[in-house]
Every structure is written in structure tokens, then in C-alpha cells.
Design a protein around this ligand. Structure first.
Ligand SMILES: [Zn+2]
Ligand SMILES: [Zn+2]
Length: 180
């Protein structure tokens, strides 16, 4: 959505907004920050811009339902991700001297309009947690047989299993068998 800020620029004090923004990312896109995550319903965006004698401040809340998988056992995990944002709203020409990082603190007006959607989707990518667990004490899957250890033990010996040592173990076993 593009917000029409011309009334604020002309001296109005308050603009409220409340709308829905679809998040159509591809959960199968491994290059995406949101890989493995799907958003079954649109993101809800609600907030306001207050104009105090030409200084404009935007506060908003964005919230979206997500579905993903536990990082340890791959069980489905779902929930609602919510984020509060606060930004100074200013015309692009006033911000021309700022570098990229400082610009993140601003919502930028172009020709009287504020494009909300792209910055909000970028913010979602930046702030969305990289991994979820089905519970804090999820025991994950057996590294050998893939059994879900939350359901009980498997019969594998994994007490000191370290995949990095596997080649060494094989070498030792080979030496042992050659000794005989
Ligand atoms: Zn889990
Ligand atoms: Zn196992």
C-alpha cells in the first residue's frame, strides 16, 4: 500500500492506517532468509503517523501467522510473529546525505506518498527468527537412524558419535583387522 501523505505535509496532524499485506515468499527458495517458512494468511499492518509541527513519527505493529518446522526434529511449528516499529518519516530529498544503515531508521516519502510494503517485507526478513524449536527441550533426531528421540530411545550407540571422527574410526578398524 502507498499512503497518501499530502494531507500531513499540508499540516494535518494524524494519519491512521490498518491494512493487510500478503507475504508471498516461496518456502522452497533456499536463497531466501525465509526458507522453509510459509505464511498462510496476509500480514496485518496497523499504526499511525503523527505530525508535530513538521516532524513526523510513525509507529506501527505488524503481525503474521507462520508455519515452519522444528530445527531439531522437523515437526511442524506454527505461531504468530509480531513486531513493533517506530520510524521518522521524511521526504527523500532531506535524507540524501545519509548512508544505507542510517536510512533504516526512516520511512521515506516520495512525491507525497509513502510506499509501505517493500520496507515492511524487508523488515520481516531481517527480524524473523532463523530457527524455531517445537519445545526448548526438543531432543531432535538420532544422527544415525533418524529416529525421533522425543518418542523414546533408539538402539543406536550415539554416546560419543561425532560424524567428523567417522573416517578416523574406519581407519582404526581397518588397521585392527589387518593386524590379525
Ligand atoms: Zn522438535
Ligand atoms: Zn538411532
Amino acid at each position: 500500500m502507498k499512503l497518501d501523505l499530502r494531507p500531513l505535509l499540508a499540516g494535518e496532524r494524524l494519519l491512521k492506517f490498518d491494512y493487510e499485506l500478503p507475504v508471498d515468499t516461496d518456502p522452497a527458495d533456499t536463497a531466501s532468509f525465509l526458507f522453509g517458512v510459509s505464511f498462510p494468511s496476509p500480514m496485518k499492518v496497523k499504526g499511525e503517523i503523527v505530525n508535530t509541527a513538521g516532524y513526523m513519527r510513525m509507529t506501527l505493529n505488524m503481525s503474521v501467522d507462520y508455519q515452519t518446522a522444528c530445527a531439531r526434529c522437523l515437526k511442524p511449528v506454527s505461531g504468530c510473529f509480531s513486531l513493533d516499529l517506530e520510524k521518522t518519516v521524511a521526504p527523500r530529498k532531506l535524507l540524501s546525505d545519509l548512508d544505507e544503515n542510517r536510512l533504516l531508521d526512516y520511512a521515506i516519502i516520495d512525491d507525497g506518498f509513502l510506499d509501505m510494503d517493500e520496507p515492511l517485507l524487508e523488515q520481516l526478513e531481517m527480524e524473523f527468527p532463523a530457527r524455531f524449536l517445537c519445545s526448548d527441550d526438543c531432543r531432535g533426531l538420532c544422527p544415525k537412524c533418524g529416529h525421533d528421540l522425543n518418542l523414546g530411545e533408539c538402539s543406536c550407540d550415539t554416546r560419543d558419535f561425532d560424524p567428523r571422527l567417522e573416517p578416523l574410526k574406519q581407519l582404526l578398524e581397518k588397521m585392527k583387522s589387518e593386524e590379525k
